[in-house]
Design a protein around this ligand. Sequence first.
Ligand code: GLV
Ligand code: MN
Ligand code: MN
Length: 420
Amino acid sequence: MSSAVDAALIDAALILDRCDELAAVSSSPDHLVRVHLSPEHAAANALVAGWMAEAGLSTWQDAAGNQCGRLEGEMPGLPALLLGSHIDTVPDAGRYDGMLGVLLAIAVAGRVRDAGLRLPFALEVVAFSDEEGTRFGTALLGSRALAGTWNDQWWNLSDAAGITLVEAFQDFGLDPARLPSAFRRPESLVGYLEAHIEQGPFIEDADRSLAVVTSIAGARRFTLALTGHAGHAGGTPYDRRRDALVGASELVVAVERLSIADGTIGTVGRMQAFPGGVNVIPGRAEFSLDLRAEHDADRDECLAHIRSAAAEICARRGLEYTETEIYRADAVPCDADLREVVATGIRSTGDAEPLELYSRAGHDGVAVSAVTGFAMLFVRCAGGVSHHPDESVRAADVAAAVVAFEAAVLAVAERDFTQP
Ligand code: GLV
Ligand code: MN
Ligand code: MN
């Protein structure tokens, strides 16, 4: 371990304690779940705001519920280098997905303040309000507000309790009419850097602590439905059944087979049968499809194969197929200069040839890229496990990430990104 990384173990310990503290802010006593615009989101924003203030940042919550903090540069009002990640979670989440990146960003801002550095840009930390889309099904709501790519149709999205997004904003104390004020003009920004756990096993397999991200996979999400005919589980002979759930199950298996064959990543994470009686043949099955690939063309080709498989299954079983797209984010390359800055940061930890990975997971950079360039630092997580309470990181890797992320910020200052 380099001496700089060794010294950063103190920062790492504080970051890990704070991840534990945030993990206790949950709407369930049994596991971690904290969704967009919930009372727990407000409590997490308040905790994060306190830590930002301790690091010397002025703080505010923007009109989309993103918690923000700012450290001025060598003069007030300079364009800002954004650092951050998200603080919402999936259901039964781990404690590092998103949160680690927010706390690393605060730690680095605090180190810059403590060192009395006068950067040629302001540093801003953002804890994005919604990256996962757990509550309203549509992801990146916080970062899309910041990037000015908000779609007013989203106001009518509703959560599982039937609360619409517009009502949730009001309940949270936010004025939906003010949403456009969360938009950050490109000229007010220098770039966006995010640190995040890898959520995959490749850094661990390579026996490294960190990696630099090359691009973020393109993802599309759908609600799929197969409709057949409900009927009596005892009385209906097999040759007269139009069982939607059996057809859907065949399609789920086809999604896996075709994704592997096409080199993409397809997942069905949710499925429901209707009417849902133990003695009733399911007349309708609804399920989700999450489809990703490094390149959009591969993803879309796999989707065409999945549609063909659905058509064949439906023809054979007397079912109807419908598909509603609920999310689409095309693949986004990281900014070449900022990527090099992150690689420089990793080299400063003693890793001479930083590992490069594309991100299979989606991140706020997908949205932020509409207004400014972005790059990402990945941190090893045990077994590549994520979206699960077993998410775990090593203190030494977090210390290396602190050193690398700070060095990346200083490398941005060297490169003078304030010039157009
Ligand atoms: C975000 O966590 C994703 O689903 O990639
Ligand atoms: Mn996640
Ligand atoms: Mn995440």
